[in-house]
Ligand binder design. Structure first.
Ligand SMILES: Nc1ncnc2c1ncn2[C@@H]1O[C@H](COP(=O)(O)OP(=O)(O)OP(=O)(O)O)[C@@H](O)[C@H]1O
Ligand SMILES: [Mg+2]
Length: 541
């Protein structure tokens, strides 16, 4: 394991890293930082949650002088939430150097962004569609850009951003460094690499597994119409600290989050039909813990890093194995443990096995808890909560007087049971009906994502990391100091606070990229502009 001082970084950057609570470099950071500092183009691949952002962020920051008053670095990301998050991490890394960075994404008032551009940021982090808008309006010039990063490069390619990226990169001088990062690198990423990278180094943290090994993966076979009740049982039996539930379409996500709210769960939905204000507000609530369940389309599948996510539930299976890897990768991050559950209808079992094959990970079959097991589980947790509260005398004292009065009139067991019933917030009697989704059709295809020696990304002679137990699940973890999240179990960066969510307002401007009005369609992202790959038999928007 390397310390950051070994990379010869300047003290301002080292101080920022240390304030973020990072003590040792993660394996991808240890490999990628020296290559990037040396100025080489690079394709960087490592499992979800292993610190790829800092792996490109640290060298990027190191190369920029605070006196610079032009845009010299450009980072592109496929979704708005990710652009915001990456810009927050870059901001933290560059804080002591006094660097200025700015997130540019669809859905936010463009004139506000234009005003912020007047502060002369050196680093722009943006979604391709909105970046192009600014370029066309001449509010962003890329003539001085020396470093370009494509985060989640395969997703941007897959979703038809190729043309946008081409147009953008044509405006960046050839004398630049280009870095491309993702946890998955399907073979077609070659196309992107050949066009935009010069003699790139493939930096890869070797692992047999595509998904992070710190995630326990389960599936249950379930009928479509039983999914909702099954979900409630699961949530009751195994209450997550924070959970992300993925649904296939915007309509599905809207219906499901509403249904869960009606049943008394603290949740909200995130999908591309919401205004940016709504999306910001949902993310803020999830990050600060005011809701503990986020129901989302694949718009939340890539890159999002929320401390304390213990569970990912695929209410609907994703279309691609890559999506599966990224979705479940929202948990089990930074060496933490996580659990994923996937609901699979009978007709989708083939597709599940295809996902297993590609990701080279067996997904264990489980049966859902019965109603009474779920109830028992829930009651056990209630009892624990009550016992915890009893111990904090000061909190309980104000209620004692009324408690004594009630006890004079009623039986103590009945009173306690009634109080517990109220605590559950249960509204089991609310009738819920979701519009059924069609089963996923397996579209078998050749996949060359993580295969050593195939597709050009194998790094034959490299030392193998994480193939037996992994990204630091047990024992081998890189450390992050200081952090204390919720219930003592989450890692925290930045001195243990959950990341504040820098939200922003504004209505959707005309240049906004996404054009999906069909709420029943699958959603991958919503900064959509480019042409959708015609070979897909499945419409992704
Ligand atoms: N050296 C480190 N030590 C401890 N924690 C770290 C270190 N580097 C990054 N982290 C933390 O690990 C978490 C995951 O990092 P990051 O989001 O960059 O992962 P990623 O590899 O980009 O994942 P994904 O593939 O999902 O995008 C973040 O909370 C980050 O703050
Ligand atoms: Mg990332």
């Amino acid at each position: 394991m390397s310390t950051f001082a070994e990379f010869g970084l300047e003290s301002d950057v080292l101080q920022a890293i240390s304030e973020m609570g990072f003590e040792e470099a993660t394996p991808i950071q240890a490999k990628a930082i020296p290559v990037a500092i040396a100025g080489k183009d690079m394709i960087g691949q490592a499992q979800t949650g292993t610190g790829k952002t800092a792996a490109f962020g640290i060298p990027l920051i190191s190369k920029i002088a605070a006196s610079e008053d032009r845009i010299v670095a450009l980072i592109m990301a496929p979704t708005r939430e990710l652009a915001i998050q990456v810009s927050e991490e870059i901001e933290k890394l560059g804080r002591f150097k006094g660097l200025r960075s700015l997130a540019i994404y669809g859905g936010q008032d463009i004139s506000r962004q234009i005003r912020s551009l007047k502060r002369k940021p050196q680093i722009i982090i943006g979604t391709p569609g909105r970046l192009l808008d600014h370029i066309n309006r001449k509010t962003i010039r890329l003539d001085d850009v020396r470093s370009v990063v494509l985060d989640e490069a395969d997703e941007m390619l897959d979703m038809g951003f190729m043309e946008d990226i081409q147009s953008i990169l044509k405006l960046v001088p050839d004398e630049r460094q280009t870095l491309l990062f993702s946890a998955t690198m399907p073979a077609n990423i070659q196309r992107l690499a050949q066009q935009f990278l010069r003699d790139p180094e493939h930096v890869k943290v070797e692992s047999k597994l595509l998904s992070a090994p710190s995630i326990q993966q389960f599936y249950v076979e379930i009928q479509e119409r039983m999914k909702f009740d099954g979900l409630c049982r699961l949530l009751d039996m195994e209450p997550p600290e924070l959970a992300i539930i993925f649904g296939r379409t915007k309509r599905r996500v809207a219906e499901l989050s509403e249904a869960l709210m009606k049943r008394g769960y603290a949740c909200d939905g995130l999908h591309g039909d919401l205004s940016q204000n709504q999306r910001d507000s949902v993310m803020r609530k999830f990050r600060d813990g005011s809701i503990d369940i986020l129901v989302a389309t694949d718009v939340a599948a890539r890159g999002l890093d929320v401390s304390g996510v213990t569970h990912v539930i695929n209410f609907d299976l994703p279309q691609d194995p890559e999506s599966y890897v990224h979705r479940i990768g929202r948990t089990g991050r930074a060496g933490k443990e996580g659990t994923s559950w996937s609901f699979v209808t009978h007709r989708e079992t083939d597709h599940l096995h295809f996902i297993e094959k590609v990701t080279r990970h067996r997904i264990s079959k489980k049966v859902l808890p019965t109603l009474s097991e779920a109830m028992e589980g829930k009651q056990k947790i209630l009892a624990e909560r009550i016992m915890d509260t009893v111990r904090s005398v000061e909190e309980v004292n104000p209620f004692k007087w009324v408690a004594m009065q009630l006890l004079e009139q009623y039986d103590s067991v009945e009173l306690l049971a009634a109080a517990m019933k109220l605590m559950t917030g249960d509204k089991k009697d609310v009738n819920i009906e979701l519009t059924p989704e069609d089963p996923i059709r397996s579209k078998k295809r050749k996949f060359e994502g993580n295969r050593s020696g195939s597709g050009g990304y194998g790094s034959g002679g490299q030392r193998r990391y994480g193939s037996s137990g992994g990204t630091g699940g047990s024992g081998g973890s890189y450390r992050q100091g200081g952090g204390q999240g919720r219930s003592g179990s989450s890692y925290g960066s930045g001195g243990g606070q959950r990341k504040p969510y820098g939200g922003s307002g504004g209505s959707r401007p005309s240049g906004e990229g996404y054009r999906d009005s069909n709420r029943g369609r699958p959603e991958r992202r919503d900064d959509y502009r480019g042409t959708r790959s015609q070979s897909e038999d499945f419409v992704k928007i």
